[in-house]
Design a protein around this ligand. Structure first.
Ligand SMILES: [Cu+2]
Length: 141
């Protein structure tokens, strides 16, 4: 039994594997990666709709884009101002599939854009013109 040699090999293997381990320290996502974009500046909910001018304040019509997906409200009132917030790190668009009912670009990292919902009730499928696999439907009542 050449235990000593076996132990030596084991030690060598251990050394090698330790040395070859990818040197990625834990926590690669440093807390500083978030952009300096402040989150609190774009909150349409708290504004009493003074800029709208006409009509009663409707329920918040907000589309949120997150992780390459649209999060749409169950419905929006006809003619409502729809606010789009993009939480992704790339730009997206909200583009009606047919016609030109709406088409807005939404900047990355918390960018917002608004458009006016169609004045006619119905379902309006839309997509992102940059990422055609991103699909959504805006229901107008
Ligand atoms: Cu997109």
């Amino acid at each position: 039994m050449k235990t000593g040699k076996a132990l030596g090999i084991l030690a060598l293997v251990a050394l090698l594997s330790a040395g070859c381990a990818p040197g990625s320290p834990p926590g690669t996502g440093s807390p500083g990666t978030a952009s300096s974009m402040p989150m609190g500046t774009s909150s349409p909910m708290s504004s009493p709709g003074m800029m709208e001018g006409s009509g009663p304040a409707a329920a918040a019509a907000v589309i949120t884009i997150s992780d390459f997906a649209f999060q749409t409200p169950a419905s929006v009132p006809a003619g409502a101002t729809v606010t789009v917030t993009n939480k992704d790190t790339v730009e997206h668009t909200v583009t009606a599939d047919t016609g030109s009912a709406f088409n807005v670009e939404v900047k990355a990292n918390g960018g917002t854009a608004t458009f006016t919902a169609p004045s006619k009730a119905g379902s309006y499928p839309f997509h992102c013109s940059i990422h055609p696999q991103m699909l959504g439907t805006l229901t107008v009542k």
